[in-house]
Ligand binder design. Sequence first.
Ligand code: NAD
Length: 249
Amino acid sequence: MSVGVLAGKVALVTGAGSGIGRATCRLLARDGAKVIAVDRNLKAAQETVQELGSERSAALEVDVSSAQSVQFSVAEALKKFQQAPTIVVNSAGITRDGYLLKMPERDYDDVYGVNLKGTFLVTQAYAKAMIEQKLENGTIVNLSSIVAKMNNVGQANYAATKAGVISFTEVASKEFGKFGIRVNCILPGYIDTPMVAVVPDSVKQEVVQRCPLGRLGQPEEIAEVIAFLASPQSSYVNGAAIEVTGGLK
Ligand code: NAD
């Protein structure tokens, strides 16, 4: 967005060790925020922080699907910067694709646990912390996906969780508005990250052909929209689900 617009703010980003989460940490730091990089993979989160500098950022090992782990992160985040984050980005996410008739219960549970329950646990814990500390102008950004609308064969678990994130976001925006906390979500198209690296080339080619801009997106192109939603420049945007897909429907 613009340099310095987030000065004095603390941001917490989940899934910060890779892809969109890492790009988001970079851009929020560029705009002046202190950044807490959260990931189940501590080494990856530490690599993100190394780039940003340890005075302005910290890495935490957190499994967003575990309430205990998320609670631990709240205490650690407060310790690090003596202030609850007022910017929270729920970017941790996984896929376990497979046809419905063969989908193991475990794959359904894992995807649900990270993508939807994780978004719930982090949102609840950090909204509570903001409210308890009477911090105003909170902003929470959730990662849904255009798959929530495309409903691809072989992605029942992923599509359902990402559709759930849209509804969850809208309810949260209605409940938290009175506390000055805005909640929005983004529906990225196909973005060039490790998550998409495992998608078969034939599928990627088809996506590129169908996309009006004729290419995959870059993580920074999602992070720029997240940075906008995190900033006061989006002060009247609340409960929105924004497609960032290059026009892919
Ligand atoms: P990625 O695989 O590059 O990064 C995801 C990160 O989340 C990893 O660092 C991983 O370690 C972390 N993570 C996984 N489970 C976790 C857990 N339980 N607790 C904490 N961290 C955990 O993925 P990405 O492409 O950057 O995707 C980021 C978000 O954007 C996801 O929610 C994804 O569903 C969504 N999204 C991505 C695309 C895309 O094309 N890449 C498209 C639409 C939506």
